[in-house]
Ligand binder design. Structure first.
Ligand code: NAP
Length: 250
């Protein structure tokens, strides 16, 4: 019987793929047969990641805060191979501050990487898919923080709530052109992004709020990404899938 979860012959872009959740997703896609282009700003880590992921992975430097850079990378990727899957994973939350302490520059930085970056990566790839009448699966990486308020990450949470609605809006507008758009909402996941936070005095409290009693790993998130990217999800669009050990149930 055909493996509906196979990604054989497909090409994927995973933004922010040099470490953490993006790296785990790229690894899972490669295992399922995909060619993967990972992007990030830091070139050394990017090239090391691409080389450790193996022969079908290429690293391309890209700053998601810069729409012109996004357009360049999508064009370069397309020249290698038309893209079947886009994972909008690059995301930042460079500070834990109360809402009233955030500066306009900090606000703009988070919005431009997380929300505007997700928007314009999606548009760049989707426009090329439309032109060639190719199917496309977009998987956005949101957060439980886009559904429920978490303390000291108001701007981050707002960008993730924005990604939830972008997911549904683009899914609705693009459904008749064979472009599916879905979103994974990870709970707290062990990566460099959260290292310091989990090791701090908040760590035990955050873990204690998770019904399954442990933080996620990148691998916990990557299985959901394989599902949404693959033909197994061919009738799924506009979904927000929590992968959070039950965190949103509380
Ligand atoms: P991470 O370990 O910090 O990795 C982030 C990746 O994004 C890196 O490859 C980083 O490389 C890249 N990146 C950052 N800024 C970028 C930019 N401007 N342009 C292009 N690439 C950029 O983070 P993570 O924990 O894996 O998080 C990945 C995604 O999951 C994010 O969207 C995050 O919001 C979401 N998420 C994480 C958690 C969690 O608990 N870890 C929970 C929910 C959702 P460079 O720095 O070299 O650019």
């Amino acid at each position: 019987m055909e493996d509906q979860f196979s990604l054989d012959g497909k090409t994927a872009i995973v933004t922010g793929g040099s470490r953490g959740i993006g790296y785990a997703i790229a690894a899972a896609f490669i295992q399922k047969g995909a060619r993967v282009i990972i992007t990030a700003r830091g070139e050394t880590a990017l090239l090391e990641a691409a080389s450790s992921l193996g022969g079908t992975c290429i690293g391309k430097r890209c700053d998601n805060a810069d729409p012109a850079d996004i357009a360049r990378v999508v064009e370069e990727a397309w020249r290698l191979s038309p893209v079947d899957i886009l994972v909008n994973n690059a995301g930042i939350s460079p500070f834990y501050k109360r809402a009233e302490q955030v500066t306009p520059a900090e606000f703009d930085e988070v919005v431009s990487v997380n929300l505007r970056g997700t928007y314009f990566c999606s548009v760049e790839v989707a426009n090329r898919s439309f032109a060639e009448q190719r199917p496309l699966s977009i998987v956005n990486i949101g957060s439980v923080g886009g559904t429920t308020p978490l303390e000291r990450v108001a701007v981050y949470g707002a960008t993730k709530a924005g990604i939830n609605l972008l997911t549904k809006s683009m899914a609705l507008e693009w459904a008749d052109r064979n472009v599916r758009v879905n979103c994974i909402a990870p709970g707290w996941t062990e990566t460099e992004f959260t290292d310091e936070l989990f090791a701090s005095r908040w760590g035990d409290k955050l873990r204690g709020d998770i019904p399954m009693g442990r933080f996620a790993t990148g691998q916990d998130i990557s299985g959901a990404a394989v599902f949404l990217a693959s033909d197994a999800a061919q009738y799924v669009t506009g979904a927000i899938l929590p992968v959070d050990g039950g965190r949103l149930l509380r």
